[in-house]
Design a binder for this molecule. Structure first.
Ligand code: NAP
Length: 536
C-alpha cells in the first residue's frame, strides 16, 4: 500500500533506477540544466550489482571494458584489480562514479516507483512511488535494467520449507555462510555456474538441480597485468571508440573467416588458442559460429569435449553436456572451476530435465519421489528478463492504455527506446535494442546520449512532445525479428525469448543486428528529423 501522498513535485524529468544506465542518464540530464530526480529501490546505486551479491558474483565482460567511456578522467583515475571484476569491486566503482559526479544528491533511495501515468491534456507524466512521492514531469526515463526482476518458480510447497531460502538476484547484504550445511542449488545459468563452486567449497553436502545444461567457458580470471593497466590508462578512450565502431561493441578481435575456410587441423588450433585465452573470445573464433548450424556444431562439439575431459564420472559429464541448443543461443556462462566442482565427493548433480521438481517440503526438495534433505535452498532461477521490471510498474500512456495491454503479445518498441502511445517515455536498453547482447555499459551510454540529444533538439525547436509512430514501431519489430531469424538464437528456449517464464509470449527481445549497425540507425533516425517519431 502506498504511503501518504506528498504534494506533487514538478520537474523536467524523472529517471527510474540507478544502475549504470540511470546514473549516466541522470548525469547527462542534470548537465544540460534540466530539473531531474532519480528513484531507486535499493539503498544505493549499482543496479543489478547492488542486488546480485551471491558468492562468486563477477562480471563476465572484462573489467576494462565494463566501465564508462564518456570521461577520460573518470577512466584514467580508476584501476581494476582483476581481469573480471567481482561484484564488490564493481560496487566500489559505482560508488566512485557516484561520488565523482555527485549523483546521490538527486537520487531518492529505498523508493520503488509504482506507477507512471501520462496526462494528454498537460502532456506530463505523473510518477508515484511506494513512499508517497508524486512527481509531475515532462519526460519519464525508465532505466530499470534488463535483468532486475528476479523470479522464483512457483514450486509446490515452496513456502513450507523450514530452512533458509535465497535468490541469487536478491542476496542478503551480510552474506551467507554455508559451512557445515546441506544445500540445494536450483538452476545452472550464469548465477548458478558462478556460485556453485564457491558454495561447494563451504557446504558439507551440495545438490545441484539442473533442468538444462548450459555451455560454460573458462574465465581464466586473474590479476590485471600491470603493463596492460598502464596501456589502458593511456589508450582506453581510443580502444573504446574502436569498440563502439564494431558490431560486438567490444575489444575482442573477431575472426572474419568462416569455419569452413580452414582445414580441421587449423580449426582445432584456432579453437584451442581462443579457448586458452579464456572468456568469450572463443565465440568469435569464426564469423559463422552464431548463424550457421553446421559451423556452430563444430564449436559446440569442441566445448563438449572439454567438459568430458574435465568431469571424471562419464554419466555426470553426459548430464552436464548441452545437447538441446547450439552454443551461445542460451546466454553463455563464464566460470572458474565449475565443471571441476562435480568431481568433489560431496557434490551431486540431480537431473530434472525430464522429471521436474515435484515439490518442496519442510525438509528439502522432492524429485521422482526422492526427497533431498537440505538446510538451505538457493534459487538461481533467473529473471523475468527485459520486460519484467517495466511491467511491474503501472505504466499508462495515451487513452489510459497500459503497457501490459500494449505488450500482451510481447514487447513492441521503436528502436528499443520508445513505445507508440507512450509519448515522452524513454526506455534505456529496452526490448528491441542490443542491450544484453553487447557490453551493456556501451549500450546505456549510447541510449542516454541519444535521448539527451533528442531532448536538446526538442528544446531548441520549441517542441514539447515526441512519440514513436505505430508504423515505425511495426517496421522495427519486424526488423528485430528478421535479424534474429538470420541467426541460431531463436532455436533455444532462453530468457532472450521469454521461455523461462511460463505464459510469457515467445518473442526474441534483444536486437541482434549489431551494436555499430544499431548506433548508425539511431543516428540516421535523428539526422532525418527523428524519422518514425511524431514531434509537436
Ligand atoms: P538464467 O540464466 O535464466 O538461469 C536460470 C536457471 O534456473 C536455468 O538453469 C533454468 O533452467 C533454471 N530454472 C528456471 N526455472 C526453473 C524451474 N521451474 N525448474 C528448474 N529449473 C529452473 O538466470 P541467471 O543464471 O540468473 O542469469 C541470468 C542472466 O543474468 C545471465 O544469462 C546473464 O546475462 C546475467 N548474469 C551475468 C552474470 C555475469 O556477468 N557474470 C552473472 C549472472 C547473471 P532452464 O535453462 O531449463 O530454463
Amino acid at each position: 500500500m502506498n504511503a501518504h501522498k506528498a504534494a506533487p513535485l514538478h520537474l523536467d524529468a524523472v529517471v527510474v533506477g540507478t544502475g549504470f544506465g540511470g546514473m549516466y542518464m541522470l548525469h547527462r540530464l542534470r548537465g544540460r540544466g534540466l530539473t531531474v530526480k532519480a528513484f531507486e529501490t535499493g539503498k544505493d546505486v549499482g543496479g543489478t550489482w547492488y542486488w546480485n551479491r551471491y558468492p562468486g558474483a563477477r562480471c563476465d565482460v572484462e573489467s576494462v571494458e565494463y566501465q564508462y567511456g564518456f570521461s577520460a578522467e573518470i577512466a584514467r583515475d580508476w584501476t581494476w584489480s582483476e581481469r573480471y571484476a567481482c561484484q564488490p569491486e564493481i560496487m566500489k566503482y559505482a560508488d566512485y562514479v557516484a561520488k565523482r559526479l555527485d549523483l546521490r544528491k538527486d537520487i531518492q533511495f529505498n523508493t520503488r516507483v509504482t506507477s507512471a501515468i501520462y496526462d494528454e491534456a498537460s502532456q506530463r507524466w505523473t510518477v508515484e512511488t511506494d513512499q508517497g512521492d508524486v512527481v509531475i514531469a515532462q519526460f519519464c526515463i525508465m532505466a530499470t535494467g534488463c535483468l532486475s526482476a528476479s523470479r522464483v518458480p512457483d514450486f509446490e510447497g515452496r513456502d513450507t520449507f523450514a530452512g533458509d531460502t535465497y535468490h541469487t538476484g536478491n542476496w542478503p547484504h551480510e552474506g551467507v555462510d554455508f559451512t557445515g550445511k546441506r544445500v540445494a542449488v536450483i538452476g545452472t545459468g550464469s548465477s548458478g555456474v558462478q556460485s556453485i563452486p564457491i558454495i561447494a567449497a563451504q557446504a558439507e553436502r551440495l545438490f545441484v538441480f539442473q533442468r538444462t545444461p548450459n555451455f560454460s567457458l573458462p574465465a581464466l580470471n586473474g590479476p590485471m597485468d600491470p603493463a596492460y593497466v598502464e596501456d589502458m590508462r593511456e589508450n582506453f578512450m581510443a580502444a573504446r571508440a574502436r569498440a563502439r565502431a564494431t558490431n560486438s561493441g567490444s575489444f575482442m578481435q573477431a575472426n572474419d573467416q568462416s569455419v569452413f575456410d580452414v582445414d580441421e587441423e587449423e580449426r582445432r588450433r584456432n579453437f584451442e588458442m581462443r579457448w586458452e585465452k579464456g572468456g568469450f573470445a572463443f565465440v568469435t573464433s569464426y564469423k559463422d559460429v552464431m548463424n550457421k548450424l553446421e559451423a556452430n556444431k563444430l564449436a559446440s562439439e569442441f566445448v563438449r569435449n572439454k567438459i568430458r575431459q574435465v568431469v571424471d564420472d562419464p554419466k555426470v559429464a553426459d548430464l552436464l553436456t548441452p545437447t538441446n541448443h547450439p552454443l551461445g543461443t542460451k546466454r553463455l556462462c563464464l566460470d572458474t572451476n565449475y565443471y571441476q566442482t562435480y568431481n568433489l565427493p560431496h557434490v551431486s548433480l540431480v537431473d530434472i530435465a525430464d522429471r521436474p521438481i515435484e515439490r518442496i517440503t519442510s525438509a528439502g526438495v522432492v524429485v521422482a519421489g526422492e526427497e533431498y534433505k537440505v538446510d538451505a535452498i538457493v534459487f538461481a532461477t533467473g529473471f523475468d528478463a527485459m520486460t519484467g521490471a517495466l511491467l511491474r510498474i503501472d505504466i499508462r500512456g495515451k487513452g489510459g492504455l497500459t503497457l501490459q495491454e500494449k505488450w500482451e503479445g510481447g514487447p513492441r518498441t521503436y528502436l528499443g527506446l520508445a513505445v507508440s502511445g507512450f509519448p515522452n517515455l524513454f526506455t534505456i536498453t529496452g526490448p528491441g535494442s542490443p542491450s544484453v547482447l553487447v557490453n551493456v555499459i556501451i549500450a546505456v551510454e549510447q541510449h542516454s546520449d541519444w535521448i539527451m540529444d533528442c531532448i536538446d533538439h526538442m528544446r531548441a525547436n520549441g517542441l514539447s512532445v515526441i512519440e514513436a509512430e505505430t508504423d515505425a514501431e511495426d517496421r522495427w519489430v519486424d526488423h528485430v525479428n528478421e535479424k534474429a531469424d538470420e541467426t541460431l538464437y531463436p532455436m533455444a528456449d532462453s530468457w532472450y525469448v521469454g521461455a523461462n517464464v511460463p505464459g510469457k509470449p515467445r518473442v526474441f527481445m534483444p536486437y541482434v543486428g549489431g551494436f555499430a549497425n544499431y548506433d548508425n540507425i539511431c543516428k540516421d533516425v535523428a539526422a532525418n528529423g527523428y524519422r518514425g517519431f511524431s514531434l509537436a
